[in-house]
Design a protein around this ligand. Structure first.
Ligand code: 9MR
Length: 576
């Protein structure tokens, strides 16, 4: 019989960890196992075997086989990224096998946040000459500035200084709801590493941030840039709704692509407070109070005061819902259900203070026991109960031991669900076929964080393997053979939607810096380019590396944050 046609061999284009899982996907309609070979840079065969027929992959509609070369324990030396997997004469892109693969990604994914900073110049010495730019939105013409922003909603008539923070994504908006989960993930990555004893790798002068050398771990310096902004968004004492947080601030109208931050001439607007934003502030400021206490007691105390006031204000105003219709000039980030945000905030306040009022708010919340806290498609900016669970499962508290054990089991049960989803697929993605929504790559990374946390809790290697294989998907083991991370792999995204990293729109501007994660496949086709170019796509193939495809190809802080978390995890050695 003629050999079965192989149309692609999809592997992680960055590479594989010597002690990690090493799996790849072969696209072939062949119904019999196929021989595979692993070749080194010199072309010598160093391992061989036969594929396992996996069959039709629902999300991509590809006919698939699996290659498992996990037992190969050699590694490339020097730059040695020359391994290829070859099946029926067809080769994967070259990749490395080495233990140091993820250190660069850890650093680059964190530099993304520095380069998204508002209100501070981006220095060539830290970001590279192509990425340097003046500070944005400090009120220097033509900017109208974030230093004195009018509240436009009708419920307030004053101005606030809300400078700083990170721009959300490709736009220049700053949103408390999305800022919360993003800063939480960076700080959680550090808190996790502290508990594990690996935080030194994240300490002072480990990242390219201007605060290098100040004695504070750089990841905390970076997250503080956002925390200071989040606290500026709190309504001051003496004003109506004191203690709540403004939902968001952004331009009055969407700006054109490209627009450099310092050239944005639109009016900046502060939109009315919401309960969801207030609880994002309560949760992240409470987390801040716990984690920064060892490094800056005064800042930690300021965070705790802000968190307490936000909690009290949210209890007094539990139904301030930001409308979905408020999407001119910035995203809506509307979240009509805030019970999960109440749970998350209570969990952080309880883990930090141990106080009974917060404990009672935790234990009486339906989210404390609901099986829905970890959904199949994962937590996100609107669904935050899982964040409270992760904190209570990992940070020591005085909850009864049985309750803590149940919380931990909820994390491993969720992780087992993701592993189960992965094992039934051709590409091992911790998402159901229905999960390819706006920002699906962020959902993959978020579920990777849950898998990695399950590993930290149990030491069981299958969870580490699931977390690392989530990275395999993002780095090229997918139906498009796309590395969704700029600067990484043979076929990386490089035209992500961004107003400054807009090389595709203006050749004088740079492409996104290395380590920028594209939003990823979105079967909703919610922008004109996607609608025109991707009609009929299989869910996992609804992606185009075009700067205008904001619904599949934007970057965002809430997607890069779990990627940075995972890169940090994968850069650490496995537990013995
Ligand atoms: O990530 C957000 C996604 O869940 C929503 O479906 C989408 C439409 O409302 O908005 C996404 O967030 C965007 C925000 O509204 C504005 N800045 C860019 C964000 C990423 O695309």
């Amino acid at each position: 019989a003629a050999p079965a046609a192989v149309t692609a061999v999809r592997a992680n284009q960055l590479g594989y960890l010597p002690d990690g899982p090493k799996r790849a996907t072969v696209v072939s309609t062949g119904t019999a196992p196929l021989p595979w070979q692993l070749k080194n840079a010199a072309g010598a065969v160093v391992a061989a075997g036969t594929t396992v027929v996996r069959g039709l992959d629902a999300a991509s509609r590809d006919a698939t086989h699996l290659v498992d070369f996990s037992s190969y324990s050699g590694s490339s030396s020097g730059s040695g990224s020359g391994y290829t997997l070859v099946v029926e004469g067809r080769a994967s892109h070259p990749f490395a096998i080495g233990s140091g693969l993820y250190a660069g990604l850890r650093s680059d994914t964190m530099s993304f946040f520095y380069q998204q900073r508002s209100g501070i110049p981006i220095e060539a010495s830290l970001a590279g000459a192509a990425y340097a730019r003046p500070a944005g939105h400090l009120g220097v013409a033509p900017n109208q500035g974030d230093t004195s922003v009018p509240c436009v909603s009708g419920v307030c008539d004053y101005r606030r200084d809300v400078r700083g923070g990170w721009y959300d994504a490709g736009d220049h908006g700053k949103y408390v709801v999305n800022g919360g989960v993003s800063s939480w993930l960076l700080i959680n990555a550090f808190e996790r590493a502290e508990a594990k004893g690996t935080a030194a790798a994240l300490g002072d002068s480990t990242l390219r941030v201007p605060e290098r050398g100040n004695g504070v771990p750089d990841v905390l310096d970076e997250a503080r840039w956002e925390l200071e902004f989040l606290m500026r968004m709190q309504v001051p004492e003496g004003r109506p709704l004191a203690g709540t947080a403004f939902h968001k601030m952004h331009d009055a109208n969407w700006t054109a692509l490209p627009t450099r931050p310092e050239r944005d001439a639109e009016r900046r607007e502060l939109h009315r407070p919401s309960t969801a934003a207030t609880l994002n502030l309560a949760a992240t400021a409470a987390q801040c109070a716990r984690v920064y206490a060892r490094y800056d007691a005064a800042f930690a105390a300021r965070c705790l005061d802000s968190a307490r006031r936000a909690w009290t204000a949210a209890k007094a105003a539990p139904a301030l819902i930001a409308p979905e219709s408020d999407g001119t000039g910035g995203g809506a980030y509307a979240d009509p259900a805030v019970g999960d945000e109440f749970y998350w905030a209570a969990a952080e306040l309880y883990a930090t203070t141990g106080e009974s009022a917060y404990r009672d708010a935790v234990t009486t919340s339906p989210w404390h026991t609901s099986a829905g806290a970890f959904s199949a498609s994962g937590f996100n900016w609107a669904e935050t109960a899982a964040l409270g669970r992760l904190t209570l499962a990992t940070v020591p508290t005085a909850l009864p031991a049985a309750d803590t054990a149940r919380l931990r089991a909820s994390v491993t049960t969720a992780a087992d669900g993701y592993l189960n989803a992965m094992s039934g697929q051709g590409y091992a993605v911790p998402l159901p076929a229905s999960g390819y929504v706006w920002g699906s790559n962020g959902q993959v990374a978020n579920n990777g964080v849950v898998l990695a946390t399950a590993y930290e809790l149990t030491g069981q290697q299958r969870y580490r393997a699931g977390a690392v294989e989530s990275l395999d998907y993002l780095l090229g083991r997918n139906t498009l053979g796309q590395s969704y991370i700029s600067g990484y792999g043979a076929q990386p995204s490089h035209n992500q939607h961004h107003r400054f990293w807009a090389h595709q729109a203006d050749a004088a501007l740079p492409t996104p810096p290395a380590g920028s994660l594209a939003g990823g496949p979105n079967s909703g086709l919610q922008d004109p380019v996607a609608a025109e170019r991707l009609a009929g796509c299989a869910p996992a193939a609804c992606y185009i590396d075009d700067i205008e495809s904001y619904s599949t190809n934007e970057v965002a802080i809430n997607w890069n944050a779990p990627l940075a978390w995972l890169a940090q995890f994968a850069a650490e050695p496995a537990k013995p």
